[in-house]
Design a protein. Sequence first.
Length: 103
Amino acid sequence: MIAKTPVPPYYAVIFTSHKSSDENGYAQMAMRMVELANQADGFLGMETARNETGITVSYWRDLDSIKKWKENSEHLQAQKLGREKWYTNYKTRICKVERDYEF
């Protein structure tokens, strides 16, 4: 599903990853992170796709909202587990969306 976002400007966090072979607990944690993000102040929506490379884009009202999400205690635990067992590598990018359009 394509996220319904407000009129720009807003921010996008792009998380690109390669998963390891250890999937133990991954699906449950991923579902919990979606649940938590949906409750976070400033969260606008997300889009995700996974083949060999996974890409999740989350949309946020402002940089402060992104900072608070990064500091969420459950999210910090998910990040730790991601580094320790679920991902072989990842990259996070934060971008300001200045214009969007749709069909």
